[in-house]
Ligand binder design. Structure first.
Ligand code: ATP
Ligand code: MG
Length: 331
């Protein structure tokens, strides 16, 4: 079997530079080495309160973003999660493999549940079982994600190992691919938090659809650390974050970048990061808007069909192993 990758993003909120640098960017390079599945995980998006009209619009916008980022539908399978019902079906089964105590330990659940206060949906707790199902359905080898998804990946591995042990060898055991730089892009307003789609403060992130003025304004307001020196230093997270963004967008070496900023202040750093971001996003946004609806529909339809052919084979195997028979199994 070819080596496979699977990854996805939720069509919640505005997709930002952190999502791109932590995840999408690596999908684009890895797609040529692996058979790749990139999913718009809309079933995950309904684990928190949401607006249906917005969810619809964001689903297609996210598909455009995948393609504008460089995901090539000729070599990768791009699809919408709810087009492949096997995801929800395997998720149910994995809900009967995972333990409540494991789900309650997940930091994403704890963080997001805290924000909802009461009325926390059961789906928010069982989110990792759906994510495990996404990955395991495709017999995935590698999952390129940001650092925040590491814990969910470990749980996915545990569930796959447990299933294989209890019901027989069924799932390939996936590994996380977490980049050295960019796996955790920090919020612009608070270096103790990650840049995040669901944060109510739009100034904490640079959205991939932001215009030049907005980008400059957000970067001007970005927090910095004490001191004045501009160099890579993890003990000064805000400056380090801006430098990491600059490094990833320009492709320049750390040494080269430190020489470029030597003796310069924070205002210069911010304006250089703004320029690099704008230079990157301008053609990106043009590519997003150039794609017509008919073409997008075709890509997503073909993607769903291809994904289903693989997902249904895995699910059938899972059901056989568990003794979940249907009428056709009689006799
Ligand atoms: P939400 O707040 O709705 O959970 P999110 O910003 O965390 O949104 P997701 O759709 O949950 O986005 O994640 C999509 C991908 O982006 C995942 O691989 C995740 O690890 C990665 N990612 C999310 N935030 C960052 C970040 N700040 N830096 C690097 N990678 C990130
Ligand atoms: Mg997230």
């Amino acid at each position: 079997m070819p080596k496979r990758i699977f990854s996805g993003a939720q069509p919640t909120g505005n997709i930002h530079l952190g999502n791109y640098l932590g995840a999408l960017r690596n999908w684009v390079t890895l797609q040529h080495e692996y058979e790749s599945f990139f999913c718009i995980v809309n079933l995950h998006a309904v684990t928190v309160p949401q607006d249906p009209a917005q969810l619809k619009a964001r689903t297609f916008q996210l598909a455009r973003i995948y393609l504008a980022a460089g995901v090539d539908p000729q070599v990768s399978t791009v699809f919408i999660q709810s087009d492949v019902p096997e995801h929800a079906e395997l998720a149910w089964i994995l809900n009967c493999v995972v333990r409540i105590s494991e789900l309650e330990r997940m930091t994403q659940f704890k963080d997001k549940a805290r924000k909802q206060r009461e009325n926390v949906l059961a789906g928010l707790l069982t989110y990792p079982a759906l994510m495990a199902s996404d990955i395991l359905l495709y017999q995935t080898d590698l999952v390129p994600v940001g650092h925040d998804q590491k814990q969910h990946l470990e749980l996915t591995r545990d569930l796959a190992l447990r299933f294989n042990r209890d019901f027989g060898e069924t799932f390939r055991i996936p590994e996380a691919f977490i980049p050295k730089v960019g796996a955790k892009i920090l919020a612009l307003d608070d270096a103790s938090k990650k840049m995040s789609k669901s944060d109510e403060n739009d100034h904490q992130r640079i959205n991939l659809i932001d215009d030049a003025d907005t980008i400059r304004r957000k970067l001007k307001r970005a927090v910095t650390d004490s001191g004045t020196e501009v160099r890579f230093d993890e003990t000064r997270p805000a400056i380090n974050n801006l430098l990491s963004i600059y490094q990833l967008l320009t492709g320049r070496s750390q040494h080269d970048i430190e020489a470029h900023f030597d003796g310069k202040g924070y205002a210069f750093l911010k304006s250089e990061v703004a320029d690099a971001t704008i230079d990157f996003l301008r053609p990106f946004q043009e590519r997003m808007n150039a794609l017509d609806d008919e073409e997008l529909r075709r890509i997503l339809r073909d993607g769903a069909e291809r994904a289903r052919s693989i997902a249904s084979a895995t699910l059938q195997q899972v059901k056989d192993r568990m003794g979940l028979v249907g009428s056709m199994n009689l006799g």
